[in-house]
Design a protein around this ligand. Structure first.
Ligand SMILES: Cc1ncc(COP(=O)(O)O)c(C=O)c1O
Length: 433
């Protein structure tokens, strides 16, 4: 029995019980890993405690939502205060204005914004808005980019890219055109052959392995959208408020027409999404201008922009704006991890690292991947799984099982990075070639 198994009897038991009630025993399939996931009892800073009393250093960090780590005191304080006076009321309140204003200051391309309950929803509405604005139907998305489970975008996420996922119909994806990531030529050849409403892109392909877009690629997408009158949508669900206070668009100096957010925008503690952009585009949602249901783009939801989420989101974002030095700290830690793990894997002929800022991807591939397809099709799955397991045996939780990646938070320390580097070195030395 492995160290992990002998120290997690209660988690093993809970996983057996969970399988009676939850398909696969989990509420999101990526949360399963071998031999069974540990069950969390408490979270603080960069640490998680499980039900057996073990402590882990957490690089899963709420699917990347906890940029300041778990239970960040200003956010917890804001939540505590708000819980007493109003959580969800379903009518307008001041927090939604404050949060929208805060976002606009940090991400100036977002002149107006609407809040949703997930990143998936935000992308769904962004696509709808682009179609309504341009009065065209086609959307370009890229291989290996993940935009959530919305039918029209839930295609070509993992190989084989041509195959439809269970439950999707050809009809649902017929207006989605899939192209290779970081390949501008492919986009150039396509844009004027279709009725293009918009291009949606992850500025850094997150779930696909933390693979950054090349600057020329994003600049080129901007120019092509302008040329054909289509809208450029940046999915900044991961990168928003993480790569910089202004997200990826600030770092790349490329301005999208619509940006979608999730995770951090709700304080890192709540189900959230948001989409925003130029006033002239967003006004299609305006019930004062478009009284007719058939002209106006619908967006809404019972819990959208609830008081608790917006107060937490506002508190976190204003802290990030005020403490801008956090970003150089995150970059420093990310660079340290990326460089050192990369050197170890290359020295042992095992693989490479990718990423930018506080996003680190580990690839057991024969070449350094510049696009998601290479990362996904050339990886040694077994080595990826064993590396993830080796980290777990050392009380380090990365995400995910076959695609090891690290989200770093401001609660992580240099010592935490040193430990991952040391554990990686041990793994690399013991790999059987
Ligand atoms: C880039 C990106 N877009 C969209 C989503 C979907 O967001 P949600 O899980 O909130 O629906 C995710 C989720 O991880 C994501 O990483």
């Amino acid at each position: 029995m492995s160290r992990y198994e002998s120290s997690t009897p209660r988690s093993r038991e809970l996983f057996h019980i969970a399988q009676r009630y939850l398909p696969g025993g989990v509420s999101y399939s990526i949360r399963y890993f071998e031999p069974y996931p540990f069950y969390v009892s408490r979270a603080a800073g960069q640490k998680l405690w499980d039900v057996d009393g073990n402590v882990y250093t957490d690089y899963w960090i709420g699917h990347g939502a906890k940029i300041m780590g778990h239970a960040y005191p200003p956010v917890i304080e804001a939540i505590r205060k708000q819980i007493e006076i109003g959580i969800h009321v379903g009518l307008p309140h001041e927090w939604e204005i404050k949060l929208a204003e805060q976002i606009q200051r940090m991400v100036p391309s977002v002149e107006k914004i609407r809040f949703t309950n997930s990143g998936t929803e935000a992308n769904m509405y962004a696509v709808r808005l682009a179609r309504a604005y341009t009065k065209r139907s086609s959307i370009i998305k890229f291989e290996g980019n993940w935009h959530g489970g919305y039918d029209a975008l839930h295609i070509a996420v993992s190989p084989p890219y041509e195959k439809l996922y269970a439950g999707l119909t050809n009809g649902a994806v017929k207006d989605t055109v899939v192209l290779p990531y970081n390949n501008l030529e492919a986009v150039e050849k396509t844009v004027d052959k279709i009725e293009l409403a918009g291009i949606i892109v992850e500025p850094v392909a997150g779930a696909g392995g933390m693979i950054p877009a090349e600057k020329e690629f994003l600049k080129g997408l901007r120019e092509l959208c302008d040329k054909v009158g289509a809208l450029l949508i940046f999915d900044e669900v991961i990168t928003g408020f993480r790569l910089s206070s202004g997200g990826a668009q600030k770092i790349y100096s490329v301005t999208p027409d619509i940006t979608t957010f999730g995770k951090i925008v709700g304080g890192g503690e709540f189900a959230v999404g948001a989409f925003g952009g130029r006033d002239e585009v967003m006004e299609l949602l305006d019930q004062l201008k478009y009284r007719n249901y058939h002209e106006r783009v619908f967006q809404g939801g019972t819990f959208s922009a609830n008081m608790l989420m917006t107060s937490a989101g506002y508190t976190l974002l204003s802290e990030l704006e005020r403490r801008n030095e956090i970003y150089s700290y995150l970059d420093l830690l990310g660079e340290k991890l990326r460089r050192n793990i990369g050197e170890i894997l290359e020295k042992h002929g095992l693989g490479y690292t990718t990423g930018i800022g506080s996003l680190v991807g580990v690839h057991f591939t024969p070449i350094k991947p510049k696009d998601v397809k290479t990362a996904q099709t050339m990886k040694d799955r077994e080595r990826s799984r064993k590396y993830f397991r080796h980290l777990l045996e050392n009380n380090i939780i990365a995400l995910t099982n076959e695609n090891p990646q690290f989200f770093i938070s401001a609660a992580h320390t240099h010592e935490d990075m040193d430990r991952v580097i040391q554990v990686t070195e041990e793994y690399a030395k013991n790999v059987k070639k």
